[in-house]
Design a protein around this ligand. Structure first.
Ligand code: 3EB
Length: 329
């Protein structure tokens, strides 16, 4: 008897969105083919009601104040649902939510609600594999010990996510902005195919951090290989070795350690070493006065790499700088 095997239908590979920093008018970038998301930074960011556009509360430390653009190879549709905005195309989904903590019972309740609402929305979509999340909250280091606002954010995030990340945590960033301290912004990139989570062998996985870093360990993977294996989405990466912060009060040493961690992630993901002109990196700098030194250091060590410098507080007080970004294969 002949076996009658079903012809195997290969799922279409989902080419990674292309991320770039662009000095152009927001309207022109939104009108380009395949624009999935666009980000402005700080008080001077352009205004637009397009659901694909998110004005991020972090101030830019670059004189040129560029916009960040995500593009896919397909037509994009978009919409909004209360505080949640979304866009989708080519198997990719961008979703963002902005909440005022005052209107939602404080930082824990607001983080919980943000994650509940994102979860509820993503669950209605084919693009339910969350690859990458960004969290921007105000006054992140205010409060002592378990009462620090970052710790409250971690509590609320864990309470709100439920089984959102049952297949594993996405890559993430959590940074403090200097805008309205009660403004919480969370946005994500999801796909209809799953990625591969990557950890850093030099670091304890964040969800295994010991109790001294808070009741609720941070829930993120160090990086995510996107579904077509054509890009690595890199989480917020700082001078953390093991679980400890390294090089207190030493900016250059923290930068060097951060670059070592970034290289460790590339190696862990099985990618060639180094960053290039297609692989944008975003650098969060705690003290605006350090921006020039940070730029000089990174331009020297990462020549040709597109850099965006933002004024942001890292979730541990002793950390002066953190870098996240993309590496295309
Ligand atoms: C660290 O390595 C730095 O809470 O989502 C980096 C990336 C950090 C994401 C998060 C926190 C988060 O632990 C802090």
């Amino acid at each position: 008897m002949q076996s009658c095997e079903k012809p195997q239908i290969e799922p279409q590979p989902r080419r990674a969105p292309r991320v770039s920093y662009r000095a152009a008018e927001a309207a022109a970038l939104l009108a380009e083919a395949g624009t999935l998301a666009l980000f402005g930074f700080g008080a001077g960011a352009p205004a637009s009601t397009d659901p694909r556009y998110l004005p991020v509360a972090l101030e830019t430390l670059d004189a040129s104040a560029p916009l960040e653009l995500w593009q896919v190879d397909a037509p994009v549709s978009c919409g909004s649902d209360g505080a949640l905005c979304w866009s989708a195309g080519g198997g990719w989904l961008f979703a963002s939510i902005e909440l005022d903590e005052h209107q939602h019972g404080g930082p824990i309740a607001a983080a919980r609600l943000a994650y509940e609402q994102l979860h509820r929305f993503v669950a209605t979509r084919d693009e339910r594999h969350v690859q990458r999340v960004w969290n921007y909250l105000g006054a992140i280091n205010q409060g002592e010990g378990d009462a620090e606002r970052y710790k409250h954010f971690c509590d609320g995030r864990a309470a709100g996510m439920g089984d959102f990340f049952a297949e594993g945590f996405p890559a993430a960033t959590a940074i403090g902005h200097h805008g309205d301290p009660h403004r919480l912004q969370v946005y994500l990139l999801a796909c209809d195919q799953g990625g591969l989570r990557v950890e850093n062998p030099r670091q304890v996985s964040a969800w295994r951090y010991p109790r001294q870093y808070g009741r609720t360990p941070p829930s993120f993977a160090r990086a995510m290989v996107l579904p077509a294996h054509d890009a690595l989405a890199i989480s917020g990466t700082a001078a953390v070795v093991g679980h400890a912060s390294a090089h207190q009060d030493n900016l250059d040493a923290q930068l060097a350690e951060t670059l070592t961690n970034l290289e460790a992630l590339l190696s862990s993901a099985g990618m060639a070493a180094g960053f290039d002109a297609r692989s944008p990196l975003k650098t969060y700098v705690r003290h605006a006065a350090d921006a020039e030194r940070v730029r000089e250091f990174l331009q020297h060590r990462l020549p040709g790499v597109p850099l965006l410098l933002l004024h942001g507080d890292i979730c541990r007080r002793e950390l002066l700088v953190e870098i996240d970004g993309w590496r295309y294969a």
